[in-house]
Design a protein around this ligand. Structure first.
Ligand SMILES: [Fe+2]
Length: 328
């Protein structure tokens, strides 16, 4: 149930490292893979103190009790989100005890972006997070729609702020993208093009900053099984996936953290680790409601999915945090 994953990589960050890369490729032609996930060898120094952050996904208040209830005499819309209230509150309580450097919440904050009750409940619980723990939000398909429009984007931004942005914490450069306009840019083509150009500029900036790790956060996974699979509800459309995969490889991104599936999956694309994390809210697989703890070392990151009960237990024992998640 608990997944333990790690990345150990060498990264291209300096001219010297680029020189090493030339030598490496000359020595090992097999590195010149031509697939969508071709490897990009890299190198990094080792100095900074380890720290950990938390990735939470899909609190999605309102999902569990969403279905219509049909009885012999009436049809009732069950408008109740007590199940998600309980799990979201547990997640925030655990985070307050564990004291991560920051939290990234990868979308589907509520089930219905037009439901005032769900939005108010999200804000009420979010406000319980210790103010000294930064919380980075991004939109899921339930927040801006499966076919985002200018209106749905404006609505999200007015409530939650930017939907694509970057941040830096120590040796990590985090890039947050709106995967929903990547997946379906039809109604907001200018925004999608702008985000893609911005994404490459951010990757270049991250390289100039000479950070140890570039991590990308988004709602929808790029792919589920293979980079050339057909697009459908659970991944990013094939037509628009390639441009992002190409940039991830070109700039030596370490990992992409997503949600959307409400279950954990772990994939690789060359040297890039693609991690999809289960939901704080309603699970849709074997993994219980929970979140992911990510430990950052100078030369690797290690991560582990915790059920909410496990997280609360760990949070009770200061000596066990951070988790020293083990390399694969
Ligand atoms: Fe979701």
């Amino acid at each position: 149930m608990i997944a333990i994953r790690a990345i150990m990589k060498i990264k291209v960050r300096t001219v010297a490292a680029l020189f090493s890369l030339v030598l490496l490729i000359a020595a090992e032609p097999a590195l010149l893979r031509s697939s969508a996930c071709g490897a990009e060898p890299t190198a990094a120094p080792a100095t900074a103190e380890p720290f950990f952050f938390i990735q939470m996904s899909d609190p999605q208040l309102g999902l569990t009790a969403n279905p219509l209830f049909f009885s012999r005499f009436e049809i009732t819309w069950i408008d109740d989100f007590t199940a998600e209230t309980a799990t979201f509150e547990k997640a925030i309580e655990a985070a307050n005890r564990m004291r991560p450097a920051f939290i990234v919440m990868t979308g589907d904050l509520v089930n219905d972006a037009n439901h005032d009750g769900q939005l108010a409940e999200f804000e009420r619980i979010r406000a319980k997070l210790s103010p000294d723990i930064p919380l980075y939000l991004l939109p899921g398909n339930h927040d801006v729609g499966n076919h985002p429009t200018r209106k749905s984007l404006e609505q999200y931004r007015s409530r939650f702020g930017n939907d694509w942005y970057s941040f830096q914490h120590g040796n990590v450069y985090g890039i947050v993208i709106n995967s929903e306009i990547v997946n379906d840019p039809k109604k907001v083509a200018d925004e999608a093009a702008e985000q893609l150009a911005w994404f490459e500029a951010e990757l270049q900036k991250a390289q100039r900053e000479d950070v140890a790790h570039i991590l990308v956060f988004q709602h929808r996974p790029l792919f589920i099984e293979s980079p050339d699979e057909l697009g459908w509800y659970f991944n990013i459309s094939m037509r628009h996936r390639g441009a992002y995969l190409k940039l991830l490889r070109k700039y030596g991104v370490d990992g992409v953290f997503s949600g959307h599936l409400h279950r954990n999956i772990y994939r690789e694309c060359g040297d890039i680790e693609l991690v999809t994390t289960g939901a704080i809210g309603m699970p849709m697989g074997d993994d219980p409601s929970g979140f992911r703890v990510v430990e950052v070392f100078e030369d690797r990151i290690a991560h582990r999915y915790l059920s909410l009960d496990e997280a609360l237990e760990l949070g009770d024992d200061d000596a066990s945090v951070p988790l020293a998640a083990q390399p694969r």
